[in-house]
Design a protein around this ligand. Structure first.
Ligand code: PEP
Ligand code: MN
Length: 470
């Protein structure tokens, strides 16, 4: 990627910025950012390049992308239990896809940095007080008395991201992801007997396949992840992501590095700006203005990026946005995350696909069936209906096929979190566990958008896996 000289990690500052956060003490902010600039990168250029390569394979129909995790992480939820439950669910979901669809899965978690949230309104009414809206743990507190943006929270976000990523890395290199023990990812609490049976069927089949491989001595054959990956059966690549919303933070973690190239060493080395806070960052639906600060920042980083695409995106606007962030039409650079809502996808998706096809931009398309389908339940809790989520997802699969395109993956808000008694959260209605609206209050733990629980997520995994099964 060549970026013109008008770009720098701070060039976004000359543009108008949506969803800005106003800090009362700019000197305090500057001090924190100065510290962040000296702290080590969380991820490396080699990992970022490997993800770009793998997304290029998704775009060529050679792999499937799973992008999933919380709507927003919280500092308090940075625990061993929560992190391992999330990774366990991501691994179980991808195992179902790999087994059914016989496709490698690229896993990107909404994890280790997904703290900031865009809001539709700057303030909100709590009781009879009008207070600043909660913008995520890296900005202010959920407590209505703690809503003044505090720069120290950016530093705390960095350290919580680091602790989370460190734990993810240690889980993945200590046998947690081993396909030899997928039962360890815990299915004990799944109440639906058919769901449990279906998953156990896969695990049994997999154990047989691994035994067979061991017997004939091909256990350590090259894996999908090779080309920089680990290449051992039972170990997996895993990538981190968050919405690139807080540009001061993203800028402080943006570093110039030589582009690692396989074998060939160019002299002098080609330099690029990597956002080292996550492997993958996305632009949200509220911050994707063509002349705005976020698009300006994103166009210059070398990471693969996501762009949320909703009903308010025009066809021409979408192509202009791609021209800005991907002028050289590079494989693996852009993933379009569509989120129209089940009632609107028919109206918009085909037009967006046709425009992108005509433009020649090689994008990955993934379906976010969550964000266009949020409702308020009778009790006032934000929820999403499983049936509506599935309806957008199946429409998305069908429309892509009809347009001679292909859905390359899904973007989900889900959690494998269990409470102390071993029960899943109750935030979305329906699924094979038939969760009712009345049950939502039982274990509603999200402080942001409602997430699919473990069972509901596996339901989605089986649906997608059966669709791609030939
Ligand atoms: C999100 O992914 O949590 C989000 C806020 O999505 P969107 O920008 O699509 O509304
Ligand atoms: Mn969300």
């Amino acid at each position: 990627m060549s970026v013109d000289e008008s770009w720098s990690p701070s060039s976004w500052k000359s543009k108008s910025i949506a969803q800005d956060v106003e800090y009362p003490d700019p000197k305090h902010l500057a001090k924190v950012l100065g510290k962040l600039e000296t702290l080590p990168p969380l991820v490396t250029p080699a990992e970022i390049e490997r993800l770009r390569h793998q997304l290029g394979r998704v775009q060529k129909n050679e792999a499937f992308l799973l992008h999933a995790g919380d709507c927003a992480e919280s500092f308090d939820a940075c625990t061993h239990e929560n992190i391992s439950a999330k990774i366990g669910l991501i691994l179980s979901f991808s195992l179902i896809l790999i087994w059914g669809a016989r496709l490698p899965v690229v896993r990107i978690g909404r994890i280790a940095g997904q703290y900031a949230k865009p809001r539709s309104s700057k303030t909100e009414k709590i009781g009879d007080r009008e207070v600043l809206s909660f913008r995520g743990d890296n900005v202010n507190g959920l407590d209505p008395n703690d809503r003044t943006p505090d720069p120290e929270r950016l530093l705390s976000a960095y350290f919580h991201s680091t602790a989370t990523l460190n734990h993810v890395r240690s889980l993945l290199t200590s046998g947690f992801a081993s396909l030899h023990h997928p039962r360890g990812w815990s299915l004990n609490h799944v109440r639906s007997p058919s769901l449990r049976k279906e998953f156990e069927h896969i695990v049994d089949g997999l154990s047989d396949a691994l035994d067979f491989s061991r017997t004939i001595g091909v256990e350590s054959g090259p894996s999908f992840e090779q080309g920089g990956g680990r290449g051992t059966v039972g170990e997996v690549d895993f990538y981190t992501s968050h919405e690139g919303l807080m540009l001061e933070y993203e800028q402080a973690l943006t570093r110039a590095f030589p582009v690692p190239s396989a074998g060939a060493h160019t002299v002098p080395p080609r330099m690029a700006s990597y956002n080292t806070s996550a492997h993958f960052l996305w632009i949200g639906d509220r911050t994707r203005q063509l002349t705005g600060a976020h698009v300006e920042y994103f166009r210059g980083i070398r990471n693969p990026i996501g762009v949320k695409v909703g009903p308010s995106m025009g066809c021409e606007e979408l192509v202009r946005l791609l021209d800005i962030v991907d002028p050289l039409k590079e494989a693996g650079r852009v993933t379009l995350i569509t989120r129209y809502g089940a009632g609107k996808i028919e109206e918009y998706l085909a037009g967006h696909i046709a425009s992108v096809q005509q433009s020649g931009h090689p994008v990955v398309w993934i379906c976010d069936p969550m964000h266009g389908n949020t409702e308020t339940s009778a009790s006032g809790l934000k929820t999403r209906h499983f049936g509506t989520i599935i309806s957008e997802l199946t429409a998305c699969l069908r429309i892509h096929a009809a347009c001679n395109s292909r859905l390359g993956g899904v973007s989900l808000e889900f959690t494998g979190e269990l409470n102390e008694q071993g029960f899943s959260v109750t935030e979305c209605v329906g699924g094979s566990m038939e969760l009712s609206e009345e049950e939502l209050g039982l274990r509603y733990q999200s402080f942001c958008d409602p997430r699919l629980n473990f069972e509901q997520s596996l339901d989605v995994a089986f649906l997608v896996s059966n669709y791609f099964k030939k």
